[in-house]
Ligand binder design. Structure first.
Ligand SMILES: Cc1cc2nc3c(=O)[nH]c(=O)nc-3n(C[C@H](O)[C@H](O)[C@H](O)COP(=O)(O)O)c2cc1C
Ligand code: SF4
Length: 680
C-alpha cells in the first residue's frame, strides 16, 4: 500500500528530495526562549521528524530586524547566536531524513512597539492594523535599504545553520503590505504602479540571492488574492505570481488566499471548527495549473483523505498539515505502517493558535504531549512492571485519557460511567453542529481503548463498594463536576445553567439573560444556541471584555452570531439575585465598581459559573488508599512516577483528575491523566 500512496511519493525541488509530500507549514509555537530555538523548540520539531514529516517549515515569522519585535515569541533571526541553536535542530531532524526550512519575515505593522527595543513599527503607509493595534510609521527610503540588508543577513545565517532553505512571509506582513492597495498609499517609487509596489520585494530578493547564491532554496509564502474589496484582486495576485517566477529567484510558492487584517479575516485564511475543509485548495491548484511552478499550501487540510486528494489531483506539490501535526506528529509514519486509523485527529478547536495570541505557548486541546516532548510521550510504551488492576470512574476526557494510557501500558482497566455514553462535557459541547468535530476527542480514545482491551461499564453510578469489589491496585476518580450556581444571594432555584441549554434539558424562552463569569466556551455556546433559537438575549459579565478565555479565532463565530441576532452584551456587571415576578423573573444586576443595582424583567436566567467537583466517591475511598489521594507535585511537574505511600494499611493507590478536582478545561483534564498514568 505504501508504495502506491501518492502522499508517500518523494518530491524533488532543485537539489533537494523530500521523502514524501507531507509538510508542516510555518507556525510559531511560542516555545522560544529569549528568541532562540532551545531544547523545547528543537524537541517539538524533532518529534515530527521522527513521525515521518518530509518538511518541517520551522518558525513562524522568524524576525529579520529588531524593529519587527516579536508578536508571539518569534525567533530572533537577526541575531548571530541563533545559528548554533538552529544547527542542532536541523541536524537532529536530518537524522530522521526530514528536511528543515525556516520562514523569515519583517512583521511590519502586524506587531507591537511596547517591548523589546521599543522601536516604532513601520509600514508602507501609516495605516493601523486593527488586530495588533499599533500605529505604524511610514517607512522611509533608508528603512527599506536597511531592512533588505537585514533579510540578506538573516538568510545567510540560515544557510550557515544548515537549513535546507527559507520561505519569505508575504501575507499581512511588510513585503506584501507594499503590494496591496489597502495598505500602500505611497506616491513615491514604492507606491502606485505594480512595478513600484514590487520594488521593495525585488530589493529584498536581490539582496538575499547576493548573500546566499543561486543554489540555496528560497521560497515565498504569498497572498495571491486578498479576497477583499480594498485589497489585492486575483488578477493582480496572479500577475505578482508571474513576475516573481520570472525573476528566477524563487524556488517555490506557498499559496495563501485572503487577508489577515482582523480576527474575522484571519479565520477565513486559517479556518476554525465548523468552517469548510480545505477552502482554498482549489485556488492553490489553479495557481499550479496556470504556472506549472512548485506549489505548497496549507489551510484546514486536516485529514489524510483530503491531503491525498490534494496530491492525487495535482493541486499541490507539497501539502501542509500543520494543526494536524500539532495533534499528532506521527502522521506520515502511521500511514507508512498501515496504522492510519490510529492518527489522533485534529478537531479544529484552534486552542493551539488562540493561545499564542493570548501570550501563551501553543498547546493542543487534546494532545498534552505536544510541546512537552522533554517529559511527555506521544507514544505510550508497554509497562515492564506487573500488570495492575485499574478502575477508572468517569468516561469524560480525563477518564478516557487515563483509560487509553493505562490500557496502552498493558494493565487490566475497567471504566465505570454513570451515563449511557462516554464523553462527559465534551459530548455536551459537541452537540452544537458547529463544534461536532469535538467528538473526535472521544471517538479516538474509545478506539484506542478498544485496541488495548479496556472494559467499559455504562449506566453505573459507582459507589465505593462497586469500586472495591474489583480489588483494584489503582483507582482513578474522573467523575467531573456539576454546574455551580451557589454564588447567588437568592433565586438559585429559579435559574437554569448553560448545561441545561446545551443538553436540551431546557429550551430557550422568549427573553433570556445569560450571566457568564466563567469566561470560556460553555457560556458562549449556550448563548449561541439561545440566539439562534430567536430569543431576545442579553449576555451579562463582570469582566472588562466578555469571554476572556475564548481566544480571537474561536471568538469569531460567536461574534458573528451575536451580531446577526442583535444580542446585547453588557460588561462590568454582575448577576446578584433572581426573584419571581408574576410569570416571569426579575434579575438583579450589580457591579464591582459601585453600589448601583438594576433590575431586568426576563422569562429565563441562564448561569455559567463553572463547575463544582463531583467528588464524594473520592472522599469515600480516600482513607482506604495507600497514598490517601496525595499527589507528589514535583514528580508530576517533572514527569516522574508517583511514589507516595503514606498509609501502609491501604490497599490501592487513589488519584483524582480533571474537573473532579476543580473546574478547568479539556486540556487540563487530559494532561492530568497523561502525566499521572504514563508511568503506572
Ligand atoms: C500556532 C500557530 C502559529 C502560526 N504561525 C504562523 C506564522 O507565523 N506564519 C505563517 O505563515 N503561518 C502561521 N500559522 C498558519 C499555519 O502555517 C497554517 O497556514 C494554518 O495553521 C492552516 O493550516 P492547517 O489547517 O494545516 O493548520 C500558524 C498556525 C498555528 C496553528
Ligand atoms: S488544539 Fe485543536 S486545532 Fe489545534 S491542533 Fe489540537 S485539535 Fe487541532
Amino acid at each position: 500500500m505504501s508504495g502506491k500512496d501518492v502522499l508517500l511519493q518523494p518530491y524533488r525541488l532543485k537539489h533537494l528530495t523530500f521523502k514524501n509530500r507531507i509538510m508542516s507549514s510555518a507556525h510559531e509555537p511560542a516555545y522560544s526562549e529569549d528568541g532562540m530555538p532551545k531544547d523545547r523548540y528543537r524537541l517539538y520539531h524533532v518529534e515530527k521528524a521522527k513521525g515521518g514529516v518530509a518538511l518541517n517549515m520551522t518558525a513562524g515569522s522568524a524576525l529579520v530586524s529588531p524593529d519587527s519585535p516579536a508578536a508571539f515569541g518569534n525567533l530572533h533571526a537577526y541575531k548571530d547566536e541563533i545559528v548554533p541553536w538552529l544547527k542542532r535542530l536541523v541536524d537532529e531532524c536530518h537524522d530522521h531524513d526530514s528536511a528543515v526550512m525556516i520562514q523569515l519575515t519583517h512583521l511590519g505593522r502586524r506587531t507591537n512597539w511596547d517591548h523589546s527595543d521599543w522601536l516604532p513599527v513601520l509600514a508602507p503607509s501609516p495605516i493601523r492594523e486593527p488586530a495588533h493595534r499599533a500605529f505604524p510609521k511610514e517607512a522611509e527610503d533608508w528603512d527599506l535599504v536597511r531592512i533588505a540588508g537585514d533579510y540578506a543577513a538573516a538568510a545567510e545565517r540560515m544557510r550557515m545553520a544548515g537549513l535546507d532553505g527559507i520561505e519569505l512571509e508575504a501575507y499581512g506582513h511588510l513585503l506584501d503590505a507594499f503590494w496591496s492597495p489597502a495598505t500602500n498609499r505611497r506616491g513615491d517609487d514604492y507606491g502606485g504602479s505594480l512595478d513600484n509596489r514590487l520594488r521593495f520585494t525585488f530589493l529584498v530578493l536581490d539582496a538575499i540571492r547576493h548573500a546566499v547564491g543561486p543554489d540555496f532554496i528560497v521560497g515565498m509564502r504569498m497572498v495571491a488574492d486578498e479576497d477583499w474589496d480594498r485589497g489585492l484582486s486575483r488578477d493582480q495576485g496572479m500577475e505578482i505570481v508571474r513576475r516573481l517566477i520570472a525573476t528566477g529567484q524563487v524556488d517555490f510558492l506557498n499559496i495563501i488566499r485572503g487577508h489577515i487584517e482582523t480576527d474575522a479575516a484571519l479565520s477565513r485564511v486559517i479556518p476554525v471548527q465548523g468552517m469548510a475543509s480545505a477552502p482554498h485548495l482549489d485556488f492553490a491548484g489553479e495557481v499550479r495549473a496556470e504556472t506549472g511552478f512548485p506549489i505548497f499550501h496549507a489551510a484546514k487540510i486536516a485529514d489524510t483523505a483530503t491531503a491525498r486528494h490534494a496530491i492525487a489531483t495535482g493541486k499541490l506539490d507539497m501539502v501542509g498539515m500543520t494543526r494536524a501535526h500539532i495533534a499528532d506528529p506521527h502522521i506520515a509514519r502511521k500511514i507508512a505502517e498501515g496504522r492510519e486509523d490510529e492518527i489522533r485527529p485534529c478537531v479544529g478547536a484552534t486552542y493551539c493558535l488562540d493561545r499564542i495570541y493570548q501570550g501563551h505557548e501553543t498547546l493542543c486541546l487534546h494532545n498534552p504531549a505536544t510541546g512537552r516532548e522533554a517529559t511527555m510521550p506521544h507514544e505510550i510504551q508497554s509497562s515492564t512492571g506487573p500488570v495492575r488492576r485499574i478502575v477508572i470512574v468517569g468516561a469524560g476526557p480525563a477518564g478516557l485519557e487515563a483509560a487509553r494510557v493505562c490500557g496502552r501500558r498493558g494493565h487490566r482497566v475497567t471504566v465505570l460511567e454513570a451515563a449511557p455514553h462516554p464523553g462527559g462535557q465534551v459530548r455536551l459541547a459537541a452537540r452544537s453542529p458547529r463544534r461536532r468535530d469535538l467528538n473526535g476527542i472521544i471517538d479516538w480514545r474509545m478506539a484506542e481503548c478498544e485496541r488495548s482491551g479496556v472494559e467499559f461499564r455504562f449506566n453505573v453510578w459507582a459507589e465505593a463498594n462497586d469500586v472495591l469489589a474489583a480489588r483494584p491496585d489503582v483507582v482513578v476518580i474522573a467523575t467531573g463536576g456539576l454546574p455551580d450556581t451557589s454564588f447567588l444571594e437568592a433565586g438559585e432555584d429559579l435559574i437554569s445553567t448553560s448545561w441545561d441549554i446545551l443538553s436540551g434539558d431546557a429550551g430557550p424562552a422568549a427573553s433570556v439573560l445569560l450571566f457568564d463569569d466563567n469566561g470560556g466556551q460553555p457560556g458562549l455556546q449556550a448563548a449561541e444556541l439561545i440566539a439562534e433559537a430567536g430569543s431576545a438575549l442579553e449576555i451579562v459579565t463582570p469582566e472588562r471584555f466578555f469571554a476572556p478565555d475564548v481566544g480571537g479565532l474561536n471568538h469569531v463565530p460567536y461574534a458573528r452570531c451575536f451580531d446577526r441576532y442583535g444580542v446585547t452584551i453588557t460588561i462590568n456587571r454582575r448577576l446578584l439575585a433572581v426573584r419571581r415576578d408574576g410569570n416571569g423573573l426579575l434579575a438583579e444586576i450589580g457591579s464591582d465598581y459601585s453600589d448601583r443595582r438594576d433590575r431586568r424583567a426576563v422569562d429565563q436566567v441562564i448561569v455559567e459559573h463553572g463547575t463544582l467537583p463531583l467528588a464524594d466517591l473520592y472522599f469515600d475511598l480516600k482513607q482506604g488508599s495507600r497514598n490517601r489521594g496525595e499527589i507528589d507535585y514535583p514528580a508530576l511537574i517533572e514527569g516522574r512516577p508517583q511514589t507516595i505511600e503514606s498509609n501502609p494499611e491501604g490497599s490501592y493507590l487513589l488519584f483524582r483528575i480533571g474537573d473532579a478536582v476543580s473546574s478547568r478545561n479539556i486540556h487540563a483534564a487530559v494532561y492530568d491523566a497523561l502525566r499521572l498514568c504514563k508511568d503506572m
